[in-house]
Design a protein. Structure first.
Length: 414
């Protein structure tokens, strides 16, 4: 379990095409599909934000400075890829006429406001219908198109594994381990993972700081971490102040950081459930908690023969848990898999009560997503020949997971 993305492919019997993505931002285009259109009336200003090569928050910060507001005042339905060209809707309330004019005119080398309107409420995370992707895979062979189309045919028929992407697990890929230590109440392990375990791939300054921690030189470690690593610095100061008390070091880490690593743990465990059920993500079994495609409602599968026909038609999909203190687990064989995955991480269901202070209630997530209008073609642009992959995906799904099936460059434990 050391590699959070060593996961099996659904289309394991079909060879991948290799290649590379995101060689330039234009290779990865995303257009957010709104859940609703602004009404044209209200105190909240909605605007279309087009950005190139920047994280969403960085783009919003640029706009915020231009209109004289705080970035925290702005709402967005989702965070779009940085190494991409993306379009999405953003909102901010109570702009003055001067600020609104500045917003309408805003454009710099990487960010542009493309339209402005009004609505009655702030745009909140998750307020989107999905995303439309227009992607390019470069460096593939001349015979890549038939192979890619064969994989696309299988994904249209069965769906795409709804894995969380690698970005959920941090640069070191171990955020989920921090989350497991936090949920399990293993505070010494949490502090050690946060501040120790130096690796060759770490930036030199941080690697040196981690080595200092490992050797017990806490003052030296504290001086080594950059100021931007606020949680690490605060944890070290707490350890120095208390003579190395792990409880104090853990308490000094901010709530956002703790929630983030616990979210990473939820994502990792969900991925393991998908991996265990990869051959059957397009079917359901007795005891499954299945999700309806049209309403999002979740129900218990009691007659698997009847419900399997609905799964084949894409009307329902099996789900897995994003573990939390209130999440319902499946019964039967699906439930056995879910509990085994939790045990493999050294946890039991009751451990999530301990994380209740972090408000980790948990929920269910479909094991697959259906990529609408999936199309793969051969193309050529000013950067040369490529495979062009276009599709629409629901909120929360990862385009890179679909590309992973086509390319098969990554690790898998098939």
């Amino acid at each position: 379990m050391s590699d959070p993305f060593s996961l099996p492919y659904l289309t394991t019997d079909l060879p991948g095409v290799g290649g590379a993505i995101k060689l330039r931002p234009e290779d990865f285009r995303v257009v957010e599909l709104p859940l609703y259109e602004p009404s044209g009336e209200g105190t909240h200003t909605y605007f279309g934000l087009r950005k190139r090569g920047l994280p969403t928050r960085t783009a919003i910060e640029r706009v915020a400075r231009a209109v004289g507001r705080r970035a925290a005042d702005f709402g967005a339905a989702g965070l779009k890829d940085a190494q991409a060209v993306t379009e999405q809707t953003v909102s901010v309330e109570h702009l003055t006429e001067t600020q609104r004019e500045a917003l309408q005119d805003f454009q710099d080398d990487a960010v542009q406001v493309v339209w402005v309107s009004c609505h009655s409420n702030k745009l909140k995370m998750g307020h989107l219908a999905g995303n439309r992707f227009d992607l390019r895979i470069r460096g593939v062979g001349r015979d890549a198109l038939p192979a890619a189309q064969a994989i696309a045919d299988e994904l249209r028929r069965r769906g795409v594994p709804n894995y969380f992407g690698e970005q959920r697990f941090g640069n070191r890929g171990d955020n989920w381990r921090l989350g497991a230590a936090a949920v399990g109440g293993r505070l010494e392990e949490f502090v050690h993972l946060l501040l120790g375990e130096p690796r060759d791939e770490d930036p030199p300054r941080i690697r040196a700081a981690r080595k200092s921690f490992e050797s017990g030189q806490l003052e030296e470690a504290c001086r080594g971490w950059p100021r931007s690593s606020r949680d690490e610095c605060n944890a070290l100061r707490a350890l120095i102040r208390t003579g190395g008390a792990a409880k104090a070091g853990f308490a000094a880490v901010g709530k956002f950081h703790k929630r983030f690593v616990i979210s990473s743990l939820q994502s990792h465990l969900f991925n393991r459930v998908v991996a265990q059920r990869i051959g059957g993500i397009d079917t359901v079994f007795q005891g499954d908690l299945a999700k309806k495609a049209d309403t999002g409602g979740v129900f218990t599968v009691e007659d698997e023969v009847v419900e399997r026909a609905r799964a084949v038609r894409g009307e329902i999909s099996p789900t897995g848990p994003l573990f939390g203190y209130r999440v319902e687990l499946a019964s039967g064989e699906p439930g056995r898999i879910e509990r085994a995955v939790l045990a493999e991480a050294g946890l039991v269901a009751e451990d999530w009560r301990r994380a209740g202070a972090h408000k980790v209630k948990g929920t269910r997530r479909a094991l697959r997503f259906l990529a609408a209008d999936l199309d793969v073609t051969a193309d050529r642009d000013d950067a040369g020949p490529c495979l062009r992959v276009q599709f629409t995906a629901p909120p929360g799904s990862y385009a890179t997971v679909l590309l992973r099936e086509i390319m098969k460059n990554g690790n898998s434990n098939d």
